[in-house]
Ligand binder design. Sequence first.
Ligand SMILES: *[C@@H]1O[C@H](CO)[C@@H](O)[C@H](O)[C@H]1NC(C)=O
Ligand SMILES: *[C@@H]1O[C@H](CO)[C@@H](O)[C@H](O)[C@H]1NC(C)=O
Ligand SMILES: *[C@@H]1O[C@H](CO)[C@@H](O)[C@H](O)[C@H]1NC(C)=O
Ligand SMILES: *[C@@H]1O[C@H](CO)[C@@H](O)[C@H](O)[C@H]1NC(C)=O
Ligand SMILES: *[C@@H]1O[C@H](CO)[C@@H](O)[C@H](O)[C@H]1NC(C)=O
Length: 339
Amino acid sequence: MVKQNQSTITFLLLPLLFILFISTKIEGANKLFVFGDSYVDTGNALNSGSYKPPSGITYPGTPAGRFSDGRVLTDYIASFLKIDIPISYSLKNSSNLQNGINFAYGGTGFFKTLVDGPNVSVQINSFEQLIQQNVYSKSDLETSLVLLNSGANDYTTFALKNTSLQAIQQFTESLVKEVVVNLRHIQSLGAQKIALTLLQPFGCLPIISSTSGFQNCIDTLNLVATNHNNLILQNVDDLNKEIGKPVFKTLDLYNTFLSTIQTMQKSRAENSTLMNPLEPCCAKDSAGVNCGKVDDKGQKNYTLCEKPELSFFWDNVHPSQNGWSSIYTQLQSSLGQLI
Ligand SMILES: *[C@@H]1O[C@H](CO)[C@@H](O)[C@H](O)[C@H]1NC(C)=O
Ligand SMILES: *[C@@H]1O[C@H](CO)[C@@H](O)[C@H](O)[C@H]1NC(C)=O
Ligand SMILES: *[C@@H]1O[C@H](CO)[C@@H](O)[C@H](O)[C@H]1NC(C)=O
Ligand SMILES: *[C@@H]1O[C@H](CO)[C@@H](O)[C@H](O)[C@H]1NC(C)=O
Ligand SMILES: *[C@@H]1O[C@H](CO)[C@@H](O)[C@H](O)[C@H]1NC(C)=O
């Protein structure tokens, strides 16, 4: 008798557990759609350095499309969602779309850059086409996270034309307008959780900090990023108010880069065998620019640090896996608020 009751209770509870499981899944996000540049690209730039040595030496072990020695921000955000990384748009087929799609393409921006790849609005148009073809449904979009990281390459491209502070300020205004256009477009497609990264402190990138012998970040360039980020924060706030719910959330790369670098500098002051976080692991002599360069005979013409896992930067502008790992650790609470 008792036994029968127990099994009846189990029988009644099982569907309930199943429903609870399903509903917690919906509360999270089960697909990830990514737009932007090399900080989040995991394999779209098929003919770039991301598919050549030494990229990927830490993970997955061979070059596989990431602009780093290993995992990048996208990998960590997918792990936060407990899903496998979304397939790169360049590699998609009818049976590998279940985790979402990564449209990000290394070197691109909101506007035209030095790299001939799809800008953010073209990336979003590709997404829109798939929605129109019913590859993804409305409920897929409601339970997805969208990640957008772009803008740094726009500044690099602009700075080659005009470095006057007044011109850069005007450029920031036009760039932020374009960011907002793209955010509205993504939201209009039905996405409910959209994470936009703030710009990293440009003045700390090895290509810039090399001018101080990798001793300090260059404040004037950090200020360009800060101005951009402040304008983004205002606009994101306005957008959320207009929509009436917090659809947009920013991920602060600026302060997470700075605080990781500062923490590593402090540790190094106590243990001189640790790496200088402003120095790139790859091709330090050229501030990371020649990472991956080979000579006429195919011999590599760059050095690698002994322990990439102790570095913050991989090359001239990209964090190493270790760098991204500590940035992600600090972004977790923001991600938790979004999903
Ligand atoms: C689709 O791509 C995956 C890799 O992402 C591959 O394993 C699979 O064989 C491909 N399927 C088809 C039908 O081409
Ligand atoms: C993005 O690229 C497309 C195609 O080249 C172009 O038509 C569009 O104007 C570009 N968008 C911006 C904001 O530059
Ligand atoms: C840079 O921008 C400033 C301010 O908009 C302008 O006066 C100047 O002519 C520009 N310089 C170049 C080289 O285009
Ligand atoms: C200093 O850092 C190295 C890693 O490079 C580590 O192996 C060593 O144990 C550290 N030394 C101290 C005293 O903490
Ligand atoms: C790279 O090539 C230059 C010129 O051929 C040479 O002087 C330099 O030593 C090489 N560097 C490395 C790390 O191989």
